[in-house]
Design a protein around this ligand. Structure first.
Ligand code: ATP
Ligand code: MG
Length: 542
C-alpha cells in the first residue's frame, strides 16, 4: 500500500486520534456483476480498514427488490475473493428491515415523517428547482397518530403500489433538493430475493443506508462523489435518530475510463442484446470479464493503487490500465512462441533435430531456461516473409538472411508459389556456425523472427480484441453509437507444444505478438489476447 496518505486517510487519521477503531463497508447492490470501478471502491474500503487495523464488511444494499438476484450475490462474493479481499461480516440491508421500519415509526412519533398521498409525479412536480423552493404537501400536517395508522396500513398491504409513501419532514425550501421532504418508504409489491413476500413496503436507499452503516458500527462510510449532495440527508437521519457515534460519510471520485462504460445498466444491455458473449466476455470491464481475459488480480489492485484516490472526477486513459497490466505480465509471464497465419519454412541443408535453450523470462533471473526443439521444417508468420520487400525490410525475403530466435541464421533460397502466385513454402539453408550465443559465421542478420517446429507444434485459435467502445471523442456520444461491432478477431496459428501442455488460464508472452491466456475451446488450443505487447491502440492500429 502506498505510503503517501490520500485525503481520506488524512481524515481517518484525524478521527482515529479520537480513539475509534476503523470500520468500513463495501456496499454493492446485487443487481449486476462487479466491474473495475468496484475494484476501486474495494481498494478504498478494504484498503482503508486494513491500513488502520480495522475491518470492512461486505454489505449488500438490497433495498430494491425488483432488480436484485441471488445469482448476483454469488458472483459478487466470488469477485471480491478473487481480488484477495477478506470481508469481516456479510450483511444485507434486508437483515435490518424490521429495525429500519421501527426507526420510521419513531420518526413519525416525533413529527419528523409523514404519510403522503401524492403520486411520484406529484412529488416531482412540487419539488421545486435549484432556484425555486418546493411546495409543501397538503398531507404534511397530519397528526402523528394518523401517520402511524396510515403507515401501519401501508405495511399491512391496504394500499396499492405508489398510492401512498412515507416522507421525511425536513424543509421544502432547502437549497439542497434532497432535503425537500424526501420519500423514505414506498409501497412496492415485489418478491425480495431474501425476504420473499414478507414486505410490501421498502425503505429508500438514502434513508436505509445511514441506518445500516450505524447498525454495523461503520465509522467511515466511503462512497462516490454523486452522493456528496446526499450527505446532508445522511447526516439528518443520523442526527435525528440520535446515532452515537454517528458514521461519517466521505466521498471520492468514481473511476471512469476512456473506451469503456461501467454502468451496470449498459453492461446488462450488451449482454441482453448479444453484443458480447456474456457478463464474463473478455472485452467486458466486469471483474468476471477481466478475469476471463486473463488479467491478474494483482495487476488490477496495482492499477487501483497507482490511479490514486481523488476528490474530483476525471477520466483515466485505458492505455494507462493496459500499461499497468503489461508491466505486471512482463515481470511474471513465461515466454513462448506461436505464429499467426503460418508459412512453412524448409531448411534443406538441415538434418535431424536439436534442443535449443529458451529463456523463460529474461526479466527474471530465477526463471531459468527450457528446451525448444529445432528441426528441418518450421513455421514462421506469413507477415515475416515478403516476396517483394520494401526498403529496410529486415525480415525474410528472397536471397536475404534473417535470424531465427535463439537459433540459426537462415538464407532464403527459394519461395514456392501456387497457381495464384501465393507463397506456400519458403526453402532456406541455415548457416551452421551461426547459433545464437556462439555465432562465428561473420554474417550479419539484422532481423530476428520467431518460429515453431512444424513436426511438434499444435494448431491453435488465436483471438485478439479491440475496445468495445470507440473513444469518447468519437462523433456519436451515445454509447450505442460508439459501439465497436467488430471487436473480436479470430486467427489460425501454430503454437509450441509447450503451450498446448500448459494449464488452462495461464498467461504467456508470445514473442513479438503480445500477452495471451492459454485456454481450451471446443477441445482446441486457444490463445486469447490479454493485452498487446506495445501500446498500439493510440497509434490507430487498434
Ligand atoms: P453502476 O452505476 O455501475 O450500477 P453503482 O454505483 O450503482 O454502479 P453499486 O453496486 O451501488 O453500483 O456500487 C457499490 C459501491 O461501488 C458504491 O459505493 C459505489 O459508489 C462504488 N462504485 C461503483 N462504481 C464505481 C466506480 N466507477 N468507481 C468507484 N467506485 C464505484
Ligand atoms: Mg447503485
Amino acid at each position: 500500500m502506498a505510503d503517501t496518505a490520500n485525503f481520506i486517510w488524512q481524515i481517518v487519521e484525524e478521527d482515529k486520534a479520537n480513539g475509534s477503531a476503523v470500520k468500513t463497508r463495501f456496499p454493492p447492490e446485487p443487481n449486476g456483476y462487479l466491474h473495475i470501478g468496484h475494484a476501486k471502491s474495494m481498494y478504498v474500503n478494504f484498503g482503508t480498514a486494513a491500513r488502520y487495523g480495522g475491518t470492512c464488511n461486505l454489505f449488500f444494499d438490497d433495498t430494491n427488490p425488483s432488480k436484485e438476484k441471488t445469482e448476483f450475490v454469488d458472483a459478487i462474493r466470488a469477485d471480491i475473493a478473487w481480488l484477495g479481499y477478506q470481508w469481516d461480516k456479510e450483511v444485507y440491508a434486508s437483515d435490518f428491515f424490521d429495525i429500519i421500519y421501527d426507526y420510521a415509526e419513531r420518526l413519525i412519533m416525533s413529527g419528523k415523517a409523514f404519510v403522503c398521498d401524492y403520486s411520484a409525479e406529484e412529488i416531482k412536480a412540487t419539488r421545486g428547482t435549484l432556484t425555486e423552493p418546493g411546495q409543501e404537501s397538503p398531507y404534511r400536517n397530519r397528526t402523528a397518530e394518523e401517520n402511524l395508522r396510515l403507515f401501519r396500513e401501508m405495511k399491512a398491504g391496504k394500499y396499492a403500489d405508489g398510492e401512498k409513501c412515507l416522507r421525511a419532514k425536513i424543509d421544502m425550501s432547502s437549497p439542497n433538493i434532497n432535503l425537500r421532504d424526501p420519500v423514505i418508504y414506498r409501497i412496492l409489491r415485489a418478491t425480495h430475493h431474501r425476504t420473499g413476500d414478507k414486505w410490501c413496503i421498502y425503505p429508500m436507499y438514502d434513508y436505509a443506508h445511514p441506518i445500516c452503516d450505524y447498525l454495523q458500527g461503520v465509522t467511515h462510510s466511503l462512497c462516490t462523489l454523486e452522493f456528496e449532495d446526499h450527505r446532508p440527508l445522511y447526516d439528518w437521519v443520523g442526527v435525528t435518530l440520535g446515532f452515537a457515534p454517528k458514521p461519517r460519510q466521505i466521498e471520492f471520485a468514481r473511476l471512469s475510463m476512456t473506451n469503456l462504460v461501467m454502468s451496470k445498466r449498459y453492461l446488462k444491455k450488451l449482454v441482453a442484446d448479444g453484443s458480447v458473449h456474456g457478463w464474463d466476455d473478455p472485452r467486458m470491464p466486469t471483474l468476471a470479464g477481466l478475469r476471463n481475459r486473463g488479467i491478474p488480480a494483482a495487476a488490477i489492485n496495482d492499477f487501483c493503487e497507482r490511479a490514486g484516490v481523488a476528490k474530483a472526477n476525471s477520466e483515466c486513459e485505458i492505455s494507462y490500465f493496459e500499461a499497468v497490466v503489461r508491466d505486471y505480465l512482463n515481470a511474471h509471464a513465461p515466454r513462448a512462441m506461436a505464429v499467426v497465419d503460418p508459412l512453412k519454412v524448409v531448411i534443406t541443408n538441415y538434418e535431424g533435430e536439436e534442443e535449443i535453450d529458451f529463456s523463460i523470462n529474461q526479466t527474471d533471473e530465477n526463471a531459468g531456461t527450457r528446451k525448444v526443439k529445432f528441426g528441418r521444417e518450421l513455421y514462421i508468420e506469413r507477415s515475416d516473409f515478403a516476396l517483394e520487400a520494401p526498403p529496410k525490410y529486415y525480415r525474410l525475403k528472397p536471397d536475404g538472411y534473417v535470424r531465427l530466435k535463439n537459433a540459426y541464421i537462415i538464407h532464403c533460397d527459394e519461395a514456392v508459389t501456387d497457381e495464384k502466385g501465393e507463397v506456400v513454402e519458403v526453402r532456406c539453408s541455415y548457416v551452421p556456425d551461426s547459433h545464437s550465443g556462439a555465432d562465428t559465421s561473420g554474417i550479419k542478420a539484422k532481423g530476428v523472427i520467431h518460429w515453431v517446429n512444424a513436426r511438434t507444434c499444435a494448431d491453435a485459435v488465436l483471438k485478439q480484441y479491440d475496445h468495445l467502445l470507440r473513444d469518447a471523442d468519437y462523433a456519436g456520444q451515445d454509447f450505442s453509437e460508439r459501439m465497436n461491432t467488430e471487436s473480436e478477431h479470430v486467427f489460425h496459428a501454430k503454437a509450441e507444444p509447450y503451450l498446448a501442455e500448459a494449464p488452462d488460464g495461464e498467461a504467456f508472452q508470445l514473442l513479438r505478438t503480445g500477452y495471451y491466456k492459454k485456454c481450451t475451446e471446443n477441445g482446441m488450443l486457444c490463445l486469447s489476447e490479454i493485452v498487446s505487447l506495445k501500446d498500439n491502440f493510440n497509434k490507430g492500429g487498434k
